[in-house]
Design a protein around this ligand. Sequence first.
Ligand code: F3S
Length: 61
Amino acid sequence: MIYKIAVDQNKCIGCGACAATCPESFEMKDGKAHAVKATIEEISCEKDAESGCPVDAISVG
Ligand code: F3S
């Protein structure tokens, strides 16, 4: 199974929660979160990061 990881740059407010929760898949650059990889094959912490984002900027699917 392939999962796409995306961060909506227009929504992200740079709170950093995703990078703290799931550093292997989210990194901060210039005050916004970015997916480390566009796709992953196994979900570990990514769903936690998705549900933890205060502005729903993350999609994992
Ligand atoms: Fe941005 Fe949400 Fe992460 S606001 S820094 S995508 S937790």
